[in-house]
Structures are given as C-alpha cells and as structure tokens.
Design a protein around this ligand. Structure first.
Ligand SMILES: C[S@@+](CC[C@H](N)C(=O)[O-])C[C@H]1O[C@@H](n2cnc3c(N)ncnc32)[C@H](O)[C@@H]1O
Length: 357
C-alpha cells in the first residue's frame, strides 16, 4: 500500500511536469537555455525569451523541483539556472530524432481540444470530428520534422526491402504518401529523388495547402497533392496500378474505414509494387503491452484523439494501439500477398509493415 501511495505521488508529479514542460517547449525555453550553455539568472532568461518574469519564476520552480533544470547560487547569491546538456539533447529542437521534448505538448494539446467530448463519448460512444483539433496538423508537422529530417532519407528509405527500393527511387518511380499531412516527408523525398514523381493524399484541406506551399518554397517540380478521402479510392479507375511504392506514416490507425483504405492502396500499386506502413509498435492485446515503455502514454493519446477520430462516420475506431496482430491481419485481408513486420533500429516507437503485391 505504501509503495502504491508513493507511485501515486510520482504519477501526480510527472503528469504536472509533462504539462509544464509542454508549455516550456512551446515557448522555446529549453532551446534558449541550451544556447546559453552555462548557468544564467532569471533576468537573462527574461531578456532572451521576452517572457514574463513572474510566470518564468513559477515555471523554473517546477523545472527545478522536477530535476529537469539545475539551480545554484551565483557569486552575488542570486539564483542561477542551468539545463544540463544530457537533458537538453532530448528536449530541444536541435535534438532531431532524439527530440522527446516535442511530445510533452501532446497530452496538453489533446486535452484542451477534446476533454469535454471524450467525457461525453464515454456515455454516447460518439466520435469526435477532426475539426475539433485545430492545432493538430501543426503539431504533427513538428513531430514529422523531428522524426523525418534526419531519418527518412538517410536511414529509412535505404533500408526498405534490403536496400532494393533506393536504386529505384534514384532512377525514377511513382511514389504516393498516403495520409501525408503537411507534406513534410513527401517534400523531403521529392527533393532527395528528383527523377521520381511524388503524390501526397490527405483529406485535410489546410494540411494539403500547407504541403503545397512547402513544395513551392522548396521549388519542387515532381510533387502533386490531392485532397481525397482515403476510403473512396478503392475501385477508382484513375488510381489502379498508378504507383510503384506507397508509404503511410502514422496514417492508417486513425482512419474511419482503414480496411477500405488499405484495399485502395493495394489496388493503387503496380505489379511488384511495395507498401510501407509505419505504425505504432505494440501488441493488439493490452496484456502483452505491460512492458511497453510508452504504453500508458500512447493509449492516452489514442483515447484523446486517434480512437474517437476513427469512430466518426460509423468508423472502426481502431485506435493507435491496434497492434501488430490486428495490423498484419488487416493488411492480408486487404489483399496483400506478403506482409513482413520489421523492427526499426532508428525508431523504437514504430514498426515497419512492408507489404507486397
Ligand atoms: C497522424 S497524421 C500523420 C500525418 C503524416 N503522415 C505525418 O507523419 O506527419 C494522420 C493523417 O491522416 C489523415 N487522414 C485521416 N483520415 C483520412 C482519410 N479518411 N483520408 C485521407 N487522409 C486521412 C489526417 O488528415 C492526417 O494528416
């Protein structure tokens, strides 16, 4: 009993810390403290950030008692604050694919968008419309930037199908990013492989417009973006065998009709084509996720977003933790002949389901 009461205190402290760290991340405070690279006074943080001293003082109190930032006395006895480099390297925008700081914003963001609706959903079983998460696409783009900038071109694509995809991308193939969001991954791929042609599909208009603006800014001439509901693609003649390679990053589990979407992808592929589905690494059975290092966090993100989004339009409501067994079974049901489930060295959060026609 004593042990559990201590754990409860940890839970309350860590929950609070997550919220405060999310606020700090959004206000670039970890980046500012990393740039100082030495202990600094609150006034120095005020002048570098332009933020209010009183709010900063309270926030620093949380960071210090939470052991994120160190406090010491300066020569004149005034408090000084220091973000140790071994913390900074997981918290700032410079941390690239090690950036866990970006995730501290996720639960606060989803809570502010959906708390009331989720409470209601427990009684009604209703889904929550995507429009209720106005900042979600921007947050996803931040996550994608953190994930894809270092990893996608240098590590992931060269690893696909034991290195056999890379020469095809270099010599020129037709690629689709399914559920492309703001096009971070697609634009990076298009820039790296100018002889290939890239199509992004998403049903979120603002995301598509942002993706188009990104492609313009990068002066890409080998991209197109289509605003489309993934579930409507299956059976459309113009999509039959249109692509040699399709990828979907974190974009299948929150579809309302994922099986239809997967059937659409299956039929979009040319003979010999491949589909990379990158989706959360978990088991379909919660009892097998007891050792999952982020299990409670990911189920919570799912409860607050992925599952209710997937329930819209009489949807399946798979949720983010649909897991390996269910994912593999659905890919086979959609008509893929062969599905390989691959662990990725550079990405402990996800699995790579490589499916072939
Ligand atoms: C979690 S986000 C991932 C975005 C992007 N692939 C990334 O990694 O940043 C899922 C994306 O799927 C899109 N999506 C959800 N349901 C869809 C549907 N029925 N048709 C097309 N896109 C859909 C959403 O708009 C969103 O951009």
């Amino acid at each position: 009993m004593g042990d559990f009461s201590e754990r409860m205190m940890d839970i309350l402290n860590y929950g609070a810390l997550n919220l405060a760290m999310g606020i700090g991340y959004k206000n670039q405070l970890f980046d500012i403290l990393e740039d100082f690279d030495k202990p600094v006074t609150i006034l120095e943080i005020v002048s570098a950030s332009g933020l209010n001293r009183r709010y900063l003082k309270e926030w620093l109190g949380i960071m210090v008692t939470g052991n994120i930032i160190e406090i010491s006395d300066g020569q004149d006895g005034e408090a000084q604050y220091f973000l140790p480099p071994e913390h900074a390297c997981f918290l700032t925008r410079k941390s690239g694919s090690n950036n866990l700081g970006v995730y501290t914003q996720e639960i606060p963001l989803l809570t502010s968008c959906a708390m009331e609706s989720v409470n209601r959903g427990f009684k009604t079983g209703d889904g929550i419309p995507f429009s209720q998460y106005p900042d979600f696409q921007h947050f996803m783009a931040e996550l994608s930037n953190a994930k894809h900038k270092e990893v996608l071109i240098e590590h992931f694509l060269p690893s696909v199908a034991n290195g056999t995809l890379l020469p095809c991308l270099l010599s020129g193939i037709r690629v689709c990013d399914f559920g492309c969001g703001q096009g971070i991954a697609l634009n990076l791929m298009a820039q790296a492989f100018p002889k290939s042609k890239f199509t992004g599909i998403d049903n979120h208009r603002e995301a598509i417009l942002t993706a188009l603006a990104g492609a313009d800014k990068m002066e890409l001439s080998n991209t197109e973006y289509l605003e489309l509901d993934a579930a409507t693609i299956n059976g459309k003649k113009e999509f039959m065998q249109r692509f040699d390679y399709v990828c979907a990053f974190d974009a299948i589990h929150d579809q309302s009709h994922p099986l239809e979407a997967l059937k659409g992808i299956r039929n979009m592929l040319s003979p010999g084509g491949m589909f990379s589905m990158i989706d959360i690494k978990a088991s379909s059975d919660p009892a097998d996720n007891l050792d999952h290092p982020m299990g409670a966090f990911l189920y919570t993100v799912s409860l607050m977003h992925c599952m209710p989004i997937g329930l819209n339009d009489n949807g399946t409501g798979l949720g983010m933790m649909w897991g390996r067994e269910q994912a593999k079974a659905m890919l086979l049901e959609a008509g893929f002949d062969h599905v390989e489930v691959i662990e990725m060295e550079h990405d402990g959060f996800n699995l790579h389901y490589l499916s072939r026609v």
